[in-house]
Design a protein around this ligand. Structure first.
Ligand code: SAM
Length: 328
């Protein structure tokens, strides 16, 4: 059966395999194949893989020692993993139960299986879950070499954004002042601090901030992260003109926070502005909102326009990277 694979020249194979393993994107149910100097590395979630990599469908051999949920069910269920929690997305309760039972019976190591029971809701961006197997929605998830303890019933976390977060974190320089305005449990803040940045991480969700503090300790970066529970519009009063880099990952309503971002910006500041927009003009509205708030005090330069993933039919989740430079 064809499965999604990353195709890379053999010489780059190990580096790419390691990068995918750190992001928890390897499909352990299928073997890596070598064909004419290229490696075909099976992956679990093509949407979460960096757009620089070549993704192809390939008939990778199944690992013989493994029993997959599909072997038991006779069809391929879709699911994603977050630590030892397996997440499924089924409207039909009987089908959800059948898949959950097959996951437990298979060789997937899963302590908990949950089904999505609501959309992501409210200011805290948390959703409801039906817990089908196990009794805890708390887990430890690994992403690019860092560990994040979290409870999916209490906080927002999407493993699909791993590659995108890595793209941002790789730009962070030692000694930079990074302000993560909507920090969650720290998947931007922790690796940014690990690169030597001084990080302020804010979130309205008290549980997220409690996990973030623990995750800072767990990853040995607590001395470089100040975690603040509160509304960033109020927290910003203490950090005006402070930030060399701002991370704004609240895509449905980021435009409501651009004035706060401008208040936080140092004379030279890079902003990573996440948005959800129609495919006809995915970057225009965000850029207009930023210009309206920042000009004429700052010049606004677009550094990158990145389509992160498709969000809904004709809608994209995008990131706009811009530089603000204070005018003389
Ligand atoms: N950056 C994290 C990540 O990638 O997992 C979390 C992103 S989540 C989409 C947005 C976060 O913004 C939520 O954790 C939510 O609680 C927080 N939030 C919403 N409104 C806020 C506000 N006014 N001030 C601070 N945080 C807020």
């Amino acid at each position: 059966m064809n499965v999604p694979c990353v195709r890379v020249p053999r010489t780059e194979g190990e580096e790419t395999r390691k990068q995918l393993a750190d992001a928890d994107l390897l499909d352990h149910d299928h073997e890596i194949s070598v064909v004419e100097g290229d490696l075909y590395i099976p992956i679990v979630d093509p949407d979460a893989v960096s757009s620089d990599l070549d993704i192809v469908e390939y008939e990778a051999p199944a690992r013989e020692t493994q029993t997959n949920p599909a072997d038991i069910l006779g069809f391929e269920p879709s699911y994603e993993r977050l630590g030892d929690v397996v997440i499924i997305d089924e409207d039909d309760a009987d089908r959800a139960r059948e898949i959950a039972d097959a996951i437990v019976e298979s060789d997937l190591r899963a302590d908990t299986v949950v089904n999505r029971a609501s959309k992501i809701k409210g200011e805290l961006r948390v959703r409801d879950w039906d817990v089908l197997v196990g009794d805890s929605t708390e887990t430890v998830h690994r992403e690019y070499g860092h560990e994040f303890h979290l409870d999916i019933a209490m906080v927002y976390f999407s493993p699909r954004l791993a590659t995108e977060r890595h793209r941002i974190v790789e730009q962070v320089q030692e000694g930079e002042r990074v302000f993560d305005m909507f920090a969650g449990v720290g998947p931007f803040a922790v690796p940014a601090a690990a690169r030597g940045a001084e990080v302020v991480a804010c979130d309205l969700n008290e549980s997220a901030i409690a996990y973030l503090r623990e995750n800072a300790e767990r990853n040995d970066v607590a001395d470089r992260i100040t975690a603040i529970h509160g509304d960033v519009r109020e927290v910003a009063d203490d950090y005006e003109g402070w930030a060399d880099r701002l991370i704004m990952n609240l895509p449905h309503s980021a435009d409501e926070f651009v004035e706060t971002a401008v208040r936080l910006a140092a004379d030279e500041c890079v902003i990573h502005f996440y948005d959800i927009q129609h495919e006809d003009d995915p970057f225009g509205p965000g850029l207009e909102a930023i210009r309206e708030a920042a000009e004429p005090a700052f010049d606004v330069t677009v550094l990158e326009e990145k389509i992160v993933r498709s969000y809904a039919p004709h809608e994209y989740n995008v990131c706009l990277d811009v530089r603000l430079t204070k005018r003389e």
